[in-house]
Design a protein around this ligand. Structure first.
Ligand code: CTP
Length: 398
């Protein structure tokens, strides 16, 4: 595929070198189009060497090739990373004062902006308005990641990790022309992922093997389809998905609190987390020691059913609630009973013990609908499974 990698003048330009490498290694032909000021951060020689392509910044260079028209017209995808406040202001205003903004005007392919700037600039009303304008035109503007910014500041404004941006590019390219209209744009989506840990004493916990990969894939793919995504992550050791706000929790009780606090503004809730059904009835304040005799039994207390609580608390009209279930035996019958019992709208059920699910890159599942529908999702990478789930969700959001 032909990709234009636009680079605006932000310190995060150095991360775009890694994104460029991932794109070229995947076989894409990438033309890097920095703004003139971006060359103060990473020079043209670096971009030319890494892309194997000439690097222009102005429509007045190589005029005979009419680069401002040709690059945009020929591109299968344009990604601007980092996108600064200034670059998005100029793009929203339709200006063409350098080759990158001119290319954005001539591109008719999916366009992704990966903003990076200080939190105050991201939250400023002018930037919010420019982002809204770009989104209303069908561009995918990812929310920045939160964390350490240049200098001592921290907050939303970081460029997501290059590998995460690369995943977004892959999903957008895989969706082809469908990606021209981000179908989850304007939707707020809340996803839980990972596995909860229940404290036994200061050094031990009861936990499970959930890696969080399926929930992270759901968050990443929803963001790449334009949704505003909050990911409540329980103990997953994975990079933040590009475009998602991440809230970290440990126990089922913290997960429940975070989900209920965020649920009121969510159009869709997906409970992909593996929640511990039980917790130690008491947390020993001191480390439990060997006593020489038989070990003391661990008394358990039942955790609340978070999906049921979310269904009971549902106040937003049309809110869709999706649960997951890993089952053995008659998987579909068990799944159908669980769907009805929990009162959710969709249940994604898969079989455990077949080399899939926990910790693997692939999954296979069946999506059961409260309306009686049953869609089989054949074995595929978790990003693809996620997109198929979002297809079902999008169809129901209308
Ligand atoms: N779930 C939840 N709260 C719990 C347990 C599970 O919200 N205390 C959610 C999971 O996130 C998942 C769905 O419910 O979306 C099904 O989880 P599962 O563990 O299969 O269901 P359980 O109700 O615990 O049923 P089982 O007795 O089969 O374990």
């Amino acid at each position: 595929m032909r990709i234009v990698l636009g680079v605006a003048a932000g310190i995060a330009a150095y991360k775009a070198c890694e994104l460029l490498r991932l794109l070229t290694e995947a076989g894409h032909r990438v033309r890097v189009v920095p703004t003139p000021a971006a060359l103060d951060f990473v020079g043209a020689a670096t971009w030319a060497a890494l892309s194997g392509q000439p690097v222009l910044t102005s429509p007045q260079e190589s005029v005979h090739e009419v680069p401002h028209v040709r690059l945009g017209q020929e591109a299968d995808l344009v990604i601007v990373a980092p996108a600064t406040a200034d670059l998005m202001a100029r793009a929203a205003a339709g200006r063409s004062d350098d080759l990158l903004t001119a290319t954005l005007l001539t591109a008719r392919c999916p366009v992704i902006f990966a903003p990076a700037m200080h939190t105050e600039m991201w939250e400023h009303a002018a930037t919010r308005a420019n982002v809204a304008t770009l989104r209303s035109r069908g561009c995918l503007v990812l929310d920045p990641a939160s964390g350490r910014l240049t200098g001592p500041d921290s907050g939303p404004g970081r460029l997501p990790e290059p590998a995460e941006l690369f995943s977004v590019v892959r999903r957008v390219l895989a969706r082809g022309t469908a990606a021209m209209v981000p179908d989850l744009a304007g939707r707020t989506i809340l996803v839980s992922a990972g596995g909860t840990r229940e404290d036994l004493d200061p050094v031990r916990y009861l936990g499970n093997w959930s890696s969080g990969k399926q929930g992270y894939a759901l968050a990443r793919t929803a963001a790449s389809r334009g949704a505003t995504v909050t990911l409540v992550a329980a103990n997953a050791e994975l990079p933040d998905p590009a475009g998602a706000r991440v809230i970290r929790v440990t126990s089922a009780s913290q997960l429940r609190d975070a989900m209920l606090a965020e649920a009121g503004s969510a159009d869709v809730i997906v409970m992909a987390a593996a929640v511990a059904d039980f917790r130690p009835a008491t947390r020993s304040p001191a480390k439990i020691k060997k006593s020489g005799g038989a070990p003391a039994p661990i008394e358990l207390a039942e955790n609340p059913d978070i999906v049921r609580d979310l269904v009971a608390a549902r106040s937003r009209p049309g809110q869709l609630i999706v649960a997951f279930a890993a089952e053995t035996g008659d998987v579909l019958a068990n799944g159908r009973a669980k769907l009805t019992g929990k009162g959710c709208d969709l249940l994604v059920v898969n079989q455990v013990g077949n080399g899939l699910a926990f910790g693997t890159e692939d999954n296979e599942a069946t999506v059961l609908g409260a309306d009686g529908s049953q869609i089989k999702l054949p074995r595929a990478p978790k990003d693809e499974i996620s997109d198929a789930i979002w297809d079902e969700v999008a169809a129901r959001l209308g």
